[in-house]
Design a protein around this ligand. Structure first.
Ligand SMILES: CC(C)(COP(=O)(O)OP(=O)(O)OC[C@H]1O[C@@H](n2cnc3c(N)ncnc32)[C@H](O)[C@@H]1OP(=O)(O)O)[C@@H](O)C(=O)NCCC(=O)NCCS
Length: 185
């Protein structure tokens, strides 16, 4: 792989750019404080903006590394911060990473995450040289399932009762998906 890091990426409606500590107020208000957004995630809503600010400080610092791929998603025309798209567990030997994302609830159902992920996959396969991207989601998380399906991530199996939801403690099945270089091209 030829790492280039979190470069600015553009789609028809979105700008994907590195995180800044000064995004904290918007990120907190738009989704990081919202239990609807975190329902199937591994973290719980932030109770105060100081928590978001401390986190974004680390994201801004980490984001300077050339092997970090972590974008803030911004609506181009209104310059509104609406979400997050991250590649976790970047593994150089296996040339793979794991996709993570979330979007403020006010912006769900407009095709934004599909648009963002398609562009990120293009960048990672065509410009960086990843071989595989993993995705996983709670089986009942229909929105995330559709986003991955539409972006070409193939169903590979279900890990039964693999995760306990932080909000309720309920155990849920986790669907595992992946897309390979040859699938993409
Ligand atoms: C999952 C999430 C990122 C989807 O983003 P989005 O921008 O709303 O998704 P899109 O608009 O691109 O939708 C893609 C498809 O999913 C469908 N979809 C989206 N949300 C849905 C929902 N809640 N229920 C049913 N279908 C849904 C859309 O209708 C669309 O399908 P279509 O093209 O066949 O009509 C967003 O709901 C979210 O941030 N959820 C909370 C965080 C989260 O769960 N992250 C993923 C963890 S694995």
């Amino acid at each position: 792989m030829q790492h280039k890091g979190t470069k600015n990426l553009e789609t028809e409606r979105l700008l994907l750019r590195p995180w800044k500590e000064s995004d904290a107020e918007a990120a907190f208000a738009h989704w990081m404080n919202d239990p609807n957004v975190t329902k199937y995630l591994t973290w719980t809503p932030h109770k105060e903006v100081a928590v978001t600010r401390a986190l974004l400080k680390t994201w801004e610092e980490e984001g300077r590394a050339t092997n970090c791929y972590h974008w803030a998603i911004v609506l181009k025309d209104k310059e509104v911060l609406i979400g997050d798209l991250n590649i976790l567990q970047v593994d150089d030997w296996n040339e793979r990473g794991e996709i993570g994302y979330c979007l403020g609830k006010a912006w769900w159902g407009n095709g934004y995450m599909t648009e963002a992920l398609r562009e990120v996959l293009r960048y990672l396969f065509e410009e960086i040289g990843f071989y595989r991207l993993n995705g996983c989601h709670a089986s009942e998380n229909v929105g995330s399932s559709r986003v991955m399906e539409k972006c070409g991530l193939i169903y590979e199996g279900t890990r039964r009762k693999f995760m306990r939801l932080p909000s309720t403690g309920e155990r849920v099945d986790i669907v595992v998906r992946g897309i390979l270089r040859e699938d993409y091209f």
